[in-house]
Design a protein around this ligand. Sequence first.
Ligand code: NAD
Ligand code: DAU
Length: 357
Amino acid sequence: MNILITGGAGFIGSHTVRHFVDRYPDSHIVNLDVLTYAGNLQNLKDIENAPNYTFIRGNIRDEALIKDIFKEYQITHVIHLAAESHVDRSIGDPMLFLYTNIIGTAVLLQVAKKYWENDYSGKLFYHVSTDEVYGSLGQDSGLFTEVTPYDPRSPYSASKASSDHLVRAYHHTYGMPVVISNCSNNYGPYQFPEKLIPLMIHNILHKKELPVYGKGENVRDWLYVEDHVRAIDTVLQKGLSGQTYNIGGHNEWKNLDIVHLVCDIMDSKLGRKAGESRNLIAFVQDRPGHDLRYAIDASKIENELKWTPESTFETGIVKTIDWYLDNQEWLKAVTSGVYKTYYDRQYNTGRKGKLTE
Ligand code: NAD
Ligand code: DAU
């Protein structure tokens, strides 16, 4: 396989790149990432010199660049993760989400079609999507299945839903081999500290306010990032073209319960008084249009492709907190902005790597 992974310098993307580089030494992995605020090459320091790995800085909307990449690396598989991913930011700047998540996906599909359409055998376009396309569930009951009607309710989820529709349209209209997976909330190492769990870890560490939206009663279904990456590998290898697979960890938690849990684990690890960090909790104005509850029925991928999550939330959250405590330099670099210079030091000095922005 010659695999183009988009968004490989981000949170899930960097775990995905590392997994494929390590697991498939005979495959070439091309990581295309424009390095927005969320892209950080320090996430991939350990594999940056691997012989089967190439990083290219560029935008998924840059059609000429994508064509060059398909031609030069004879791309057979795309794992498309690049996106604007944060719901709160989509409320402030919806257009950016539409350009990246919709138009960017359309450009990738169009180039893949051009290069593959004479012979689709051995080719696959894998689109990594979210459970948020299904909308919101009631407080206590119901699960998202692969046939739940789409009902996106934020600019982010609407843009991801649009991109899912485009991917299916290329399958039905042009016969392109595609798979889509819709996953629940991920957590784990290297997640940017704007998302709930790393933000709370960061703020507890620095004794800053812990902003809980509304009453903290919204429910999310959490999956350890490495379980998601194993699911992505499973779907790439065994998924049937044209199919959708929901991925989730059967780990439903109310936001306030998560914040309490993270506070208590960190108090004990940091040698603070029991209950000390809970005093930092501040109930703040709710997110506009805040979806009440997400929960995934993952029985299709479990039964048909034999994937199951390995981490429970209780084990995954401890691994995650330990990672952030052991990697405070990483946290400092991303909160201070210092990580942005890493690209220039490593890649802008004549090393292979194209710069398009
Ligand atoms: P992230 O924000 O951490 O990373 C996104 C990456 O995409 C960054 O490295 C960024 O630089 C890159 N990028 C953004 N715009 C780009 C562009 N125009 N061209 C090239 N690269 C660009 O996101 P994440 O949380 O790792 O999510 C990755 C994917 O998984 C997204 O498609 C997201 O919708 C999906 N997803 C995320 C979650 C989650 O809980 N984080 C759950 C389900 C699905
Ligand atoms: O469900 C999958 C989605 O999960 C992914 O598609 C998105 O890319 C990813 O960002 C995530 O979206 P959420 O909006 O669920 O994640 P976030 O970490 O932003 O928020 C989780 C919950 O915590 C949500 O109910 C809002 C709440 N929250 C969040 C933040 C950042 C707070 O109460 N306080 C906060 O400061």
